[in-house]
Design a protein around this ligand. Structure first.
Ligand SMILES: NC(=O)c1ccc[n+]([C@@H]2O[C@H](COP(=O)([O-])OP(=O)(O)OC[C@H]3O[C@@H](n4cnc5c(N)ncnc54)[C@H](OP(=O)(O)O)[C@@H]3O)[C@@H](O)[C@H]2O)c1
Length: 245
């Protein structure tokens, strides 16, 4: 397990956006395990409450706050920043792990698919970093965004999603220039992380896994390792670390 920061010594306050997702949960738990403090944000208040309770309980006994916000709404950025200010004051680092994975067959693609997906995956996360840039600069913070290997090796039926992830990638690279040298901004470009649905169909599983040179799906732990490494990588910005390709 990756643990460069010694538990309890640095205790940075990290906001995880999309904290209740498969990868968000794994990232939040890993941050808590090494003694970082958390702000968790997502859309569903019930999932957030369950997660907050689990992280606060022993053995992690984590310092956790939650802020519920729907990133499709224009008010979401203010809601998140107001929640941070009211509950914990500030954040040091940001992990962007949010958003849906909508199937949008090209023949049926409509403007709404593109606009909504672009908004949740790129517009809102970039505006959130913009709103928190003073916090991040003051603490020499880091932003790590989860991207998708499909933006450079596309697959079908996901034009809206891949367009949005491409915008996030370009936006974060631009921010790495805008926010340097105080704030580092990096990305992880993921292959496919195993999910129960894919695992249930051995043929589909095999077909998708063989797309990867490593011949397997990733696991949440594979992603956690890279996210924590980039949060800590004090001499890296504007990097896109591809994993599972
Ligand atoms: N899993 C993979 O194989 C894979 C591969 C490549 C890239 N990625 C990227 O990795 C990240 C995490 O993936 P994942 O598999 O953990 O996704 P996931 O399980 O679907 O979780 C998505 C998270 O985003 C939140 N979210 C969705 N729509 C939102 C909205 N409108 N406003 C606020 N929050 C919203 C969800 O919260 P609610 O439940 O409250 O809606 C949830 O916390 C995503 O950016 C994804 O594109 C994943």
């Amino acid at each position: 397990m990756y643990t460069v920061r010694v538990s309890g010594v640095r205790g940075r306050r990290v906001i995880v956006v999309g904290a209740t997702g498969r990868l968000g949960v794994a990232i939040a738990e890993a941050l808590a395990r090494r003694g970082d403090k958390l702000v968790l944000t997502a859309r569903d208040p019930n999932k957030l409450a369950v997660m907050e309770e689990a992280l606060r309980a022993a053995p992690l006994s984590a310092d956790v706050a939650t802020v519920c916000a729907d990133l499709t709404r224009p008010s979401a950025i203010d809601e998140i920043v107001d929640g941070v200010r009211a509950k914990v004051g500030h954040v040091d680092d940001v992990v962007l792990a949010c958003g849906p994975f909508p199937r949008t067959p090209f023949d049926d693609l409509v403007r709404e698919d593109l606009e909504r997906t672009l908004h949740v995956h790129a517009v809102a996360p970039l505006l959130l970093v913009h709103a928190l840039k003073g916090d991040l600069a003051a603490s020499h913070g880091a932003v790590v965004g989860l991207g998708d290997a499909g933006t450079t090796r596309p697959y079908t039926n996901h034009v809206a999603y891949l367009t949005a992830k491409g915008a996030l990638r370009a936006g974060l690279l631009a921010l790495s220039a805008e926010l340097a040298p105080e704030v580092r901004v990096n990305m992880v470009d993921l292959g496919i992380v195993a999910d129960p649905e894919a695992d249930a169909d051995p043929l589909r599983h095999h077909r998708l896994a063989t797309r990867s040179r490593l011949g397997r799906f990733g696991t949440p732990d594979d992603v956690v390792h890279v996210v924590l490494a980039l949060l800590d990588a004090a001499w890296a910005t504007g990097e896109v670390w591809g994993v599972g390709g």
